[in-house]
Design a protein around this ligand. Structure first.
Ligand SMILES: Nc1ncnc2c1ncn2[C@@H]1O[C@H](COP(=O)(O)OP(=O)(O)OP(=O)(O)O)[C@@H](O)[C@H]1O
Length: 414
């Protein structure tokens, strides 16, 4: 049975531009305030069946919250229709349906009655609402003294305890500590088992995959794809990784253009200076990444072949030379580092200008963004040129394993 039927829904917002400030403008534009139309949803149709948990995913501003708010009926579509069957409980952005001057207890009564409960019903549920929220000590304090995490505990606790047929939840699970987040996710799983219908907006793709039977991917107000959560989330992640990669490519191209203009004399900003040191007798002038088709690229599929190409200039002849490279996560965890000395490669008779290649057969990293350190130094470690985290690349993968690298493995279950 379909509980939520969204048919050809569009939602237009009118954005008021800056007011006419001068008397002349006021006279000229009288009655015609400057405004711009914005279509947050464009011809969206979907059906949500009873007992299903459905996730709305998409980039910031893609229309997820707008669609959820329309389902809650706190706003209405510009065109199209939304039919809902059953009692709805919603947990939208923090603050909706709560008043900061009232205590936690008073807010429970206020919010639960907005969600359709009588005073008697609330009295019966009061203890379980307070217990789940773990706010016993603070329940008689005004809400304005609550942290955003405490606020969320209370709101979540009310929303799940009003016995709804349909539960609509906007990105709120990320607020609060991890143990409470886990508790919320377990509660949602329990409600799911009880046959409740849940629509949830979140940027946490892992949680969405665990919780949702189906996922709807929105982009620029339109549905790109909907269906099996794993399939749709994978496609969405591919799309995001590609977009990030293209952005990195463009940034890199811009850096290349700028460094060509600056020629060999590099002027370093303070920030760059912190991440680069050495006497520059040998200077690393550039790093480029290539795939196995010799295309310059900064996003890879996990396991793909990659070539790092470092250009150097030798300003002063040196025989004592080690080239090195390291890959780090954006949190600064070293995934891998090596140098020519570790690999027993003797660097002999360098030209005044040349290239060093490092070929990695299989880039066994998990999905994410990575920063690269490159270095040239003496055997004793004295730096000619050491550059930390100036270059980056992106890895995408259909497998959402965790950690910092992929270990080849197989499972044997007996
Ligand atoms: N009340 C409003 N007035 C004007 N524009 C709005 C309003 N609400 C939303 N929008 C715009 O509509 C678009 C979609 O917003 P929405 O909040 O639905 O996106 P979202 O996918 O939930 O994004 P996020 O992941 O950042 O929460 C955005 O460009 C937003 O600025």
């Amino acid at each position: 049975m379909v509980l939520i039927d969204v048919k050809n829904v569009t939602k237009k917002f009118v954005l008021k531009k800056e007011k006419n400030v001068t008397l002349k403008e006021k006279l000229i534009y009288r009655g015609k305030e400057k405004s711009e139309e914005f279509w947050a949803l464009k011809d969206v149709s979907c059906q949500i069946e009873a007992g299903k948990t459905v996730g709305l995913i998409g980039k910031n501003g893609s229309g997820k919250s707008t669609l959820l708010k329309l389902m809650t009926r706190i706003m209405y579509p510009t065109n199209g229709s939304i039919k809902i069957q059953g009692r709805v409980s919603s947990l939208l952005e923090l603050g909706a349906g709560f008043h900061t001057d009232f205590t936690g207890m008073e807010n429970i009564y206020m919010n639960a009655s907005i969600l359709g409960l009588t005073k008697k019903e609330i009295d019966q549920k009061l203890q379980s609402i307070i217990e789940f929220s773990e706010l016993e000590e603070f329940i008689n304090n005004p809400l304005r003294s609550y942290s955003s995490g405490m606020y969320m505990r209370l709101a979540f606790s009310v929303a799940i305890n009003v016995n709804p047929d349909i539960l609509l939840i906007d990105e709120v699970l990320s607020v609060g500590d991890t143990s409470f987040q886990k508790k919320c996710i377990n509660k949602l799983k329990e409600l799911k088992r009880q046959g409740k219908t849940i629509v949830i907006v979140s940027h946490d793709n892992h949680t969405m995959e665990i919780l949702c039977d189906e996922v709807i991917w929105l982009n620029k107000g339109k549905i790109v794809k909907s269906g099996n959560s794993k399939v749709v989330i994978n496609e969405y992640l591919d799309f995001m990784a590609e977009e990030d990669g293209i952005r990195l490519n463009n940034q890199k191209q811009q850096q290349n253009d700028e460094s060509e203009i600056e020629n060999d004399e590099v002027q370093l900003s303070n920030e760059e200076e912190k991440n680069r040191w050495g006497n520059r007798e040998i200077e690393l002038t550039n790093l480029k990444l290539y795939n196995d088709k010799a295309q310059e690229i900064y996003y890879f599929t996990s396991g793909e072949k990659v070539r790092f190409k470092i250009n150097y200039l030798m300003h002063k002849n040196n025989e004592d030379v080690v080239f090195g490279i390291a890959i780090n996560t954006i949190d600064g965890i070293k995934c891998y580092g090596t140098n020519t000395e570790i690999d027993n490669i003797k660097v002999e008779k360098l030209s005044s200008k040349g290239t060093v290649y490092i070929d990695i057969d299989s880039l066994n990293l998990i999905e994410g963004s990575y920063l690269i350190d490159i270095a040239v130094h003496k055997l004793d470690g004295t730096a000619y040129d050491y550059q930390v985290g100036k270059y980056s690349f992106q890895v995408k993968s259909n497998v959402h394993d965790v950690g910092i690298c992929k270990l080849k493995h197989e499972w044997i279950i007996q």
